[in-house]
Design a protein around this ligand. Structure first.
Ligand SMILES: Cc1cc2nc3c(=O)[nH]c(=O)nc-3n(C[C@H](O)[C@H](O)[C@H](O)COP(=O)(O)O)c2cc1C
Length: 170
């Protein structure tokens, strides 16, 4: 019987970037769970400067897939969650990154596959996503997250490196 702490670590290690999906849809309940996880993330001054666009439309997903050469999974994933930050918050990058990791972990817990597709900090990628989805200029685009049922299997892995850990002083 593993402890809750061990189960948590197992889940964290089982989260892998999944880029290939079956044609099965992702329920609205699962999307809601991922968004609830996102909005439970820590946030500087509790400002919560995040917003999310849930994209199911195939035409829009196809266009998102063409934003850069490593985004093509957006076309085949049934859902793409786009993570936005309010740039009036100094900590929008940190806060939305924490929210993104929570989405990826919740996806893994649901048995779904997902991948963080970086958009920020490349301005032309951000502008392309803004144009496709009608996002206002004062909202930044951290990343897009294609989500679907995995059509590839990747095992959990530990990437613990003792050499990266310094005790007391560097
Ligand atoms: C900031 C950031 C940007 C990323 N951008 C992309 C991307 O554009 N396309 C992609 O396929 N994966 C992207 N990834 C996923 C990484 O390639 C992946 O996390 C890394 O290879 C480790 O594999 P793992 O997630 O399976 O542990 C990104 C990850 C991060 C954190």
């Amino acid at each position: 019987m593993s402890t809750a702490a061990e189960q948590m670590l197992d889940l964290i290690k089982s989260r892998r970037s999944i880029r290939s999906y079956t044609s099965e849809d992702v329920s609205q309940d699962a999307v809601r769970m991922m968004l609830e996880a996102a909005m439970a993330a820590p946030s500087a001054n509790d400002a919560r400067p995040w917003e999310f666009v849930v994209v199911r439309d195939a035409g829009l997903r196809k266009r998102l897939a063409r934003v850069h050469p490593w985004a093509d999974m957006a076309a085949s994933a049934p859902v793409v969650i786009v993570v936005l930050g309010d740039e009036s918050s100094n900590h929008w990058v940190e806060d939305t990154s924490a929210a993104t990791e929570n989405i990826l972990l919740q996806a893994a817990a649901c048995g779904l596959g997902a991948v963080w597709v970086g958009i920020y900090p490349t301005t032309r990628y951000e502008d392309a996503v803004r144009e496709i989805l009608g996002i206002p200029r004062n909202r930044r685009v951290l990343c897009i997250i294609p989500v679907g049922w995995p059509a590839e299997k990747k095992g959990p892995r530990s990437r613990y490196e003792q050499g990266k850990v310094h005790n007391e002083r560097y």
